[in-house]
Design a protein around this ligand. Structure first.
Ligand code: RFL
Ligand code: PHB
Length: 401
């Protein structure tokens, strides 16, 4: 089989890339190791930046999001029993965030791909990449019937997440990897209960971090800081509610609305960057190239930003034989990715409880929380990062603030 762009992975990065390429008349084949059904029900991200929302709308995939999504103009930061609202809309000149679950975005993008008649193969296995530094890079895999396939491409997009084979296909001596693992995990739950608050609440408490998010008018999404080595057996439902009540408590009598827990899992927290994001004719996008801890709500949004740049660069090549933008892909992505890494690390450090921190460190952390909730400049910086930094397609020759 032959195609222009072989895409490994049907997550946000792979599916959005296929969608953008189709709209530019560039042929692509998507291969995915999981089933469509599994992809469409895996619970992950919830927060979309304005730029992601605009991209879905501009490319005709935003209709359900505009009906079902929840548009938030601010977030709340809670600590020492006090509630502080960051008015992102006002602080950023009118930008919002949208809460719309990742698996719903994936349903919309899969539906768009099916409608476009684009090729997409689920349940593949044993995926390998070869000839990356030639003009005919190849993807070898086993299809869902157990037959070996070879996909000959002009370019390969490695959109296969953190554990996929694409990044590992870049020779180790060329890859520089930066990483940080955090000494805590997040226990995430879905609870059948109406929203306890109109906006997201990020709570710092001496006992640990908690986050109140939402999904639908009847379902809440909540997270708790836990030990990364904890298992679900350590967290019976009653213990989860007890900790959520404690960590989200406020002096003004605010009440957490509780309900049956319908899903729960624990994820680890890490920051990771692979530089370069390109080798020969392989281009990495999304979690395959970089991971952020979820506190800044940036992972899916970064994946969407990468593939916008990649689609534009591939369009330059197919429309005009121009490869300059493909050559600048790593630099263009990583400049913004590092800023999102910084912000995600900042939110994580500011909001979690570090059990080995000294009393001095802890007071500094509280001072940071106090500063960001009382200084307009600090709140504005948080807001502009949270709603998403602009996607700079060109390198500025002169920066003026
Ligand atoms: P994905 O979503 O991991 O998709 C990769 C796809 O590749 C497939 N794959 C393979 N396919 C073929 N062959 C192989 N050998 C393959 N190996 C893997 C996988 O099955 C999968 O379908 O990566 P992508 O597209 O880069 O998207 C990244 C996002 O999924 C991720 O960054 C976000 O979920 C992160 N994230 C959040 N991001 C946000 O922007 N806003 C949020 O509010 C937010 N909240 C979160 C999050 C991630 C979380 N977890 C679970 C880590 C909250 C949580 C709890
Ligand atoms: C979510 O709703 O899943 C969510 C919200 C905010 C975050 C991370 C995840 O920072």
């Amino acid at each position: 089989m032959r195609t222009h762009v072989g895409i490994i992975g049907a997550g946000p990065a792979g599916l959005m890339l296929a969608h953008l390429l189709h709209r530019k008349g560039i042929e692509a084949v998507v291969i995915e190791c999981r089933s469509r059904q599994e992809i469409e029900k895996t619970i992950r991200a919830g927060v979309l930046e304005q730029m992601t929302v605009d991209l879905l709308n501009e490319t005709g995939a935003g209709e359900r999001m505009m009906k079902m999504g929840m548009f938030h103009k601010g977030i709340e930061i809670r600590f020492n029993g006090k509630r502080h609202r960051i008015d992102m809309h006002r602080l950023t000149g009118g930008k919002n965030i949208t809460v719309y679950p990742q698996h719903e975005v994936l349903k919309d993008l899969i539906a768009a791909r099916v409608k476009a008649g684009g090729e997409m193969f689920f349940n593949v296995s044993d995926v390998r990449l070869s000839d990356l530094d030639s003009s005919e890079p190849k993807i070898h895999y086993q299809n869902e019937n157990g037959e070996r396939e070879e996909l000959i491409c002009d370019y390969i997009a490695g959109c296969d997440g953190f554990h996929g084979p694409s990044r590992q296909s870049i020779p180790q001596k060329i890859r520089k990897e930066y990483q940080k693992t955090y000494p805590y995990g997040w226990l995430g739950i879905l609870a059948q209960a109406p929203p306890s608050a109109p906006e997201l609440v990020y709570a710092h408490h001496e006992d640990g971090f908690a986050l109140l998010s939402t999904r639908t008018p009847d379902i809440q999404r909540l997270y708790l800081q836990v030990n990364p080595s904890d298992s679900m057996n350590d967290w019976p439902d009653e213990r989860i509610w007890e900790k959520l009540r404690l960590r989200l408590s406020a002096d003004d009598g605010w009440k957490l609305i509780e309900g049956p827990i319908i899903q729960k899992n624990i994820v680890s927290m890490r920051s990771f960057i692979c530089d370069p994001m390109q080798y020969g004719r392989l281009f990495l996008a999304g979690d395959a190239a970089h991971i952020v801890p979820p506190t800044g709500a940036k992972g899916l949004n970064l994946a969407m930003a990468d593939v916008q740049l990649l689609a534009k660069a591939l369009h330059d090549y197919y429309a005009a034989g121009e490869t300059e933008r493909l050559g600048r892909y790593t630099a263009a992505c990583l400049r913004r990715v590092w800023k999102a890494e910084r912000f995600s690390w900042y939110m994580t450090s500011m909001l979690h409880r570090h059990h080995d921190s000294t009393p001095f460190d802890y007071q500094i952390q509280l001072a940071e929380l106090d500063h960001v909730t009382t200084s307009k400049a600090a709140a504005q910086s948080l807001a502009e990062n949270y709603v998403g930094l602009p996607l700079e397609l060109e390198e500025p020759s002169l920066s003026i603030i």
